[in-house]
Design a protein around this ligand. Sequence first.
Ligand SMILES: [Zn+2]
Ligand SMILES: [Zn+2]
Length: 84
Amino acid sequence: MTKYDTDYTNYPVCPYCGHEHDDYVYAEGSEDYDCEACGEEFSIEPDVEITYTTSCKTHDYSDFREAKGMKFEVCTRCGAVRSA
Ligand SMILES: [Zn+2]
Ligand SMILES: [Zn+2]
């Protein structure tokens, strides 16, 4: 534990003053960084989490549904929905 929450944060947080560096540009690997607020140097170690998004390549919107008075077309292959 440290004074400030510095683990797995969305932005690098200065461990000295808690300043959030929300304009930080992701650098590969760890690097030393001077805090914009207090000037102290601290080290940043990026935690990279990779997620994947896939989508159906050729939708087949041949299934029709109706909900709340709206008509929808549903892809029979992947279940994607679009308004008809
Ligand atoms: Zn600082
Ligand atoms: Zn599809």
